[in-house]
Design a protein around this ligand. Structure first.
Ligand SMILES: NC(=O)c1ccc[n+]([C@@H]2O[C@H](COP(=O)([O-])OP(=O)(O)OC[C@H]3O[C@@H](n4cnc5c(N)ncnc54)[C@H](O)[C@@H]3O)[C@@H](O)[C@H]2O)c1
Length: 373
């Protein structure tokens, strides 16, 4: 069953109407002082995320944003601005505004350039956490373009053989129009993102694999190892996330590690923004960096033929012989199925997250009970 596709299988999580929760998120952002446009954009991106079954980065993250808005790390009235530009590229300074606003602005800029010149690549600095990278890649795909987006984050990944984190969870998203739905590859370059650990911790579930390591290679599985999970947030600690590929060369650790560095190039290095190790929750003068690329397939040939051929290629993969009891998916299939399910049956919110949202609403004087039915 395609239940809770972000990988956390849980039977006690309740369902909530996505439109009502979107309205509640919108009201919360209005109460913080964000404009109607910004509040709508944040609510849309977070609910898009939950509707696609990516619970680690949907409304689960409201509490983290709430903390950043309260301590001034996310500035309510800041707007992104272009600081360097060519026909096909731009560097944007987000001025510590909310990451979703910067992301939508910067991807729209890349799309505009791709429509005029075939390709647009925008790299941004001094931004805020922007949620899932796939949202921005999908913006380009919805316009018939190939979209890519990445971001850096505070240090979390243990470089292969290191006992201390240095690289961020640095996700890579790639979206390309296809039938019956868009192909979207959207993953952290660590085995899992920090948000998935938060979800497991909230549900008091042990981790199923070596996602977190102590002293470079010792697995941390048990949810009772509270101090080790707390240490994940401390860049000076001896706990970190395994790169995609684990912690040994034999399992390909160096590959996820290398991908994480490539993300750093397209985000902080090219924009001259903060690298992962400079990003700390307390320092208000630093922020994550992001990159946004749009490519028009028409610069290579007949766009429709390219998309049709790609769609057949993906379908051939889905129809390969499979291990008994297993399904072959391509990237984007699970999210498309999750969307069909959640749009009908509601988004999944765990009780701890619900409590966090109601606490925020209460503090801001927002009526919330009607949105939770
Ligand atoms: N903003 C940040 O700082 C930040 C950092 C890290 C991750 N993230 C986000 O976290 C989200 C979750 O990341 P994740 O690493 O947990 O992703 P994940 O492990 O859930 O993988 C998701 C991707 O893999 C595909 N997929 C899943 N099972 C598949 C299968 N069997 N066959 C083929 N494809 C399959 C999905 O369609 C999707 O493209 C992403 O949206 C990412 O952008 C954000």
């Amino acid at each position: 069953m395609l239940n809770n596709l972000n990988g956390v299988v849980n039977s006690v999580i309740k369902r909530y109407d996505s439109e009502k929760i979107k309205q509640l998120v919108f009201n919360i952002y209005q109460a913080y002082g964000f404009s109607t446009d910004a509040s709508r954009k944040v609510a849309n991106t977070l609910i898009y995320t939950d509707l696609h079954g990516i619970e680690s980065h949907g409304v689960q993250r409201l509490v983290m944003y709430d903390h950043f808005i309260q301590n001034g790390k996310i500035r309510v009235n800041s707007h992104p601005e272009i600081v360097k530009e060519t026909d096909v590229s731009a560097v944007v300074d987000a001025n510590f505004g909310i990451g979703q606003l910067n992301g939508i602005y910067s991807m729209n800029l890349a799309i505009e350039k791709a429509k005029k010149h075939g390709i647009g690549i925008v790299t941004t600095r001094r931004s805020g956490h922007y949620g899932i990278a796939g949202y921005y890649a999908d913006m380009a795909a919805q316009q018939g373009l190939i979209g890519m987006s990445s971001c850096n984050s505070r240090p979390a990944m243990l470089p292969t053989h290191a006992t201390k984190a240095f690289v961020g969870t640095n996700p890579i998203a790639f979206a390309m129009p296809a039938k019956p739905h868009t192909f979207i590859f959207d993953c952290a370059t660590t085995t899992v993102p920090q948000g998935k650990i938060e979800v497991y911790n909230k549900l008091e579930k042990d981790l199923p694999a070596l996602w977190v390591a102590k002293n470079g290679a010792e697995p941390v599985y048990d949810h009772n190892q509270v101090d080790d999970f707390k240490a994940l947030r401390d860049p000076d600690s001896n706990v970190g996330l395994a790169p995609l590929g684990g912690v040994t060369e034999e399992t390909g650790s160096h590959k996820g590690f290398g991908l994480g560095i490539i993300v750093e190039v397209f985000t902080s290095i090219l924009s001259m923004g903060n690298i992962s190790t400079e990003i700390t929750p307390e320092n208000l003068e630093v922020g994550p960096c992001q990159s946004f690329t749009a490519i028009d397939p028409a610069i290579f040939g007949d766009k429709q033929q390219i998309i049709d051929r790609f769609s057949r290629y993906l379908q051939d993969i889905r129809e390969l012989p499979a291990i008994p009891g297993k399904t072959i998916y391509v990237h984007g299939d699970k999210e498309a199925a999750a969307y069909e399910d959640r749009i009908k049956n509601g988004i999944e919110i765990d009780d701890r997250t619900l409590e966090e949202i109601t606490d925020i609403a209460q503090r801001l004087g927002i009526e919330y009970a009607a949105f939770m039915k």
